[in-house]
Design a protein around this ligand. Structure first.
Ligand SMILES: [Fe+2]
Ligand SMILES: [Fe+2]
Length: 331
């Protein structure tokens, strides 16, 4: 169950569950996956592993290769084929060590989720694990990272973010908090340039009346993760939302589901942390999960419902566990 840090109560579900699939032009569904850590390091050559990467490899060998399971990822892809969301957002940490061979492996896997038009990806700290050349490797995923052509300013890799993709009444805004950090640290930063661009994008898309969904890997709310995993400029991010607002913020990184909030001019916006969508941790309430959001227009207002789908070891498939009605700020 979601570790709820909000006043919202789960929506009662009676009889046949309402589907997360969209119902028409005034409805939009978005699946949010995070922290898949789907790559294998079986073929890694030890000379590739220096300093921090060696620590990461030891962690993978002893622990993470047993937690993040391939059969769960295959079940996840099957489930998404059945639930058929309009769009899929992946909030980073697809790799373990950010090796070029891992980028290539993920690049071959992404089409199983959908075309670049249907899937938006942002990087996590594990993509920047080694550092200096990671943005060059990231370019392997370019079609899944970049903005719509009408929004694109340049084709330089470093300028992928913030990315902006418009789907109907929804603006999907991707941020990059991934940054190389010292051993034993997994911090993230947005940086002043990206924050300035975000401010302009929120203002512009807000003026157009679009529903703005922000994707970020690190939790932008202080206290959700240990200080060594924190977003260093979370206060600046919160200040921008307090000025310009957003309708939903989705993140990963903690590997646990959380629901918190940030202030906007129209009330608070829901900030939802997705669990790892590939992990098999005990107890079963910590198994892999992902969320799908359905936005539906009701008169002049929008209704936002989150559907939590969790992996069942017993059935070997994802099943709906919970529905939660979320707040949308009103300006
Ligand atoms: Fe992760
Ligand atoms: Fe992470």
């Amino acid at each position: 169950m979601v570790d709820v840090k909000t006043e919202n109560e789960p929506v009662e579900t009676e009889g046949k569950h309402r589907s997360a699939q969209s119902r028409g032009p005034d409805s939009f569904s978005l699946a949010h996956l995070s922290d898949l850590h789907l790559t294998s390091l079986n073929d890694v050559k030890i000379p590739q592993l220096l300093n921090k990467r060696m620590l990461g490899y030891c962690s993978w060998w002893h622990k993470r290769r047993h937690i993040h399971r391939r059969e769960i990822i295959e079940s996840l892809v099957d489930d998404l084929r059945n639930t058929r969301p309009d769009h899929i957002a992946v909030t980073g940490d697809l790799t373990h060590l950010g090796l070029p061979m891992e980028y290539a492996e993920v690049g071959q896997w992404l089409p199983s989720l959908g075309s670049p038009d249907q899937v938006t990806v942002i990087p996590g700290n594990h993509e920047a694990y080694w550092g200096k050349d990671w943005l060059d490797s990231c370019a392997m995923w370019a079609p899944y990272l970049e903005s719509d052509s009408t929004q694109r300013e340049t084709s330089k890799t470093a300028d992928f973010f913030p990315s902006v993709r418009i789907r109907g009444q929804v603006a999907i805004i991707g941020l990059c908090s991934a940054t190389p950090s010292l051993p034993l640290l997994a911090i993230g930063s947005l940086g002043q340039e990206q924050l300035s661009k975000l401010e302009a994008i929120l203002q512009e898309t807000g003026n157009k009346g679009l529903l703005r969904i922000i994707l970020i890997h690190h939790p932008p709310v202080p206290g959700l993760v240990n200080w060594r995993k924190r977003l260093t400029d979370s206060r600046a991010f919160a200040d921008i939302l307090a000025r310009h607002g957003a309708e939903l913020v989705l993140h990963g990184h903690a590997h646990n589901p959380t629901l918190s909030k940030l202030q906007t001019p129209g009330g608070y916006v829901s900030v939802v942390g997705g669990a790892s969508a590939s992990q098999l941790s005990q107890p079963s309430s910590h198994h892999a999960s992902y969320n799908t959001y359905r936005l539906s227009r009701i008169g002049a207002d929008w209704d936002l419902t989150m559907f939590v789908r969790r992996y069942s070891e017993k059935s070997g498939s994802f099943v709906e566990e919970q529905q939660v009605a979320l707040n949308i700020p009103h300006f």
